[in-house]
Design a protein around this ligand. Structure first.
Ligand code: NAD
Length: 435
């Protein structure tokens, strides 16, 4: 991992002074989850906009986040503001969004959270749809201007209780690098999860993001299977030993990959994380068919093959979770990455189309994370200038860490996240690419 010296420099008094004078980005070191700091520090201000009926039971759900309600002084610092805008049904009611947040936005502490709650767009009421869609532009714009490591996200929900795991994640240090996102949470969870410890398989888990995902799922109580290519076998074994799991040396593009996974897990599987991925960058004019084919095979075709086979033979138990890995390159496009972006956009298509059917037929949810610039060996190999641009071109003005993606995967994989389905959630600090 290449060190982010600029972030360290802006953390010093002279660095802050100089970069401010020059009008350069001012990244703030993010407060991330640690055993010593499992929750945001401070209070939560719960506001309602729009004059409609507030979301039922939202107060009780927010109380369970562990954040104490803020007192009534609008300017006292708070760790988080939750704006219930689910009742906003027309343009006039949008004035309530401004009225609620304008006086308090300044009071949100560094690395704090603004969480806007909206309702699903009503196709039979274009006034409601316009007002609710307006919240999306509002959220994304506030995310870009708020600064100081603060994040702004929008959750569209009908039942706060079904969205509890999502609200807890977004109101915790685990979501430090998730900003500018619009997440839809359905009213009905998938099949309840069977009791007992869960088994999770993570592909490409010997290093980088996959290793962090395996570690985070193990922290949350799963028995993990660390899958990676045979040449990474020693690293996979070491990690599996450390996490009390097992290693599986396997190339996910092998024709019998799904059979070998099923054979290694005779009791079935609860969480399948498709993380293995490769890049073979060239502009299309210089890209031969082998470069194209290998990236499409690892990043997309193998994901489709193993998903289909493990669902069909019932290896994924009811209440199971599939989390695939897309990329912001797949959402925004990137010069030199036609193969990679095609494969990652394909992942997003797979997730959206399969999610409702997988829930219906198997009680399994299907979601994806789309990482932005994450500090790993993959991005350390990017030329310096491009690397620096990638790091800085997001609302938090810094790269993310593998743990940021891992925490997002862990939320999507959580037994309580059954109402989150078909979502592609960017973990990108609100990257300007494809925003
Ligand atoms: P990495 O190169 O550090 O790790 C990828 C892992 O996948 C390696 O351990 C590798 O051995 C394994 N792998 C590759 N091909 C495999 C195969 N055929 N079978 C089994 N394992 C295989 O990459 P990373 O940065 O940790 O990225 C992880 C995922 O996140 C990838 O899907 C990547 O496309 C995606 N992603 C990363 C970033 C980033 O900034 N690092 C951004 C967007 C998306």
């Amino acid at each position: 991992m290449a060190a982010d010296r600029y972030l360290s420099f802006t953390g010093t008094a002279p660095g802050r002074f100089l970069t401010r004078r020059l009008g350069l980005p001012q990244p703030v070191p993010l407060s991330r989850w640690s055993p010593e700091r499992p929750a945001l520090e401070g209070t939560l201000r719960h506001l309602v906009a729009g004059g409609g009926t507030p979301a039922p039971d939202l107060g009780a759900v927010l109380a369970r986040t562990g954040l104490k309600p803020a007192d009534d002084h609008a300017t006292a610092p708070v760790a988080a503001v939750v704006l219930d805008a689910t009742g906003v049904r027309d343009v006039t009611a949008l004035a309530g969004v401004h009225a609620a947040l304008h006086p308090v936005v300044r009071s949100v502490a560094a690395s704090g959270r603004v969480l806007v709650l909206g309702a699903p767009l009503d196709p039979a009421d274009h006034h409601q749809a316009a007002a609710q869609q307006a919240l999306e532009g509002f959220t994304r714009s506030l995310g870009k201007e708020i600064g100081r490591g603060r994040t702004v996200n929008l959750v569209r929900l009908t039942d706060p209780a079904a969205a509890e795991s999502t609200l807890r994640f977004l109101l915790s240090p685990k979501s430090a690098y998730v900003s500018g996102q619009v997440i839809e949470v359905g009213p009905t969870p998938a099949a309840p999860h069977p009791e007992g410890p869960r088994t999770a398989l993570v592909t490409g888990a010997a290093r980088g993001i996959g290793a962090a995902v395996a570690g985070t799922l193990a922290r949350d109580g799963a028995r993990v299977v660390v899958l990676d290519v045979p040449s990474a076998g020693a690293d996979a074994e070491r990690l599996a030993d450390r996490l009390g799991g097992t290693a599986l040396a396997l190339d996910v593009t092998a024709a019998d990959a799904a059979d070998r996974i099923a054979a290694a897990l005779p009791d079935g599987l609860d969480v399948l994380v498709h993380n293995a991925g490769v890049t073979r960058d060239r502009r299309l004019v210089n890209m031969d068919a082998a470069r194209w084919g290998s990236v499409l095979d690892v990043n997309l075709a193998s994901v489709l093959r193993t998903t289909d086979a493990l669902l069909a033979d019932g290896a994924l138990r009811p209440g199971g979770r599939i989390v695939a890995t897309a990329s912001i390159a797949g959402l925004a496009g990137n010069a030199g990455q036609t193969n990679y972006a095609a494969s990652k956009a394909g992942v997003a298509g797979l997730v959206r189309a399969l999610a409702p059917r997988a829930r219906e037929a198997h009680g399994v949810t299907v979601n994806a994370v789309a990482p932005g610039f994450i500090e790993t060996r993959m991005t350390a190999a990017v030329p310096l200038f491009l690397r620096e641009a990638g790091r800085r071109m997001n609302s938090l003005a810094q790269g993310g860490r593998p743990e940021d993606v891992a925490e997002t995967v862990a939320w999507l994989a959580h037994p309580a996240s059954g109402a989150v389905n078909g979502q592609v959630v960017r973990v990108c600090g609100q990257s300007l690419l494809g925003a």
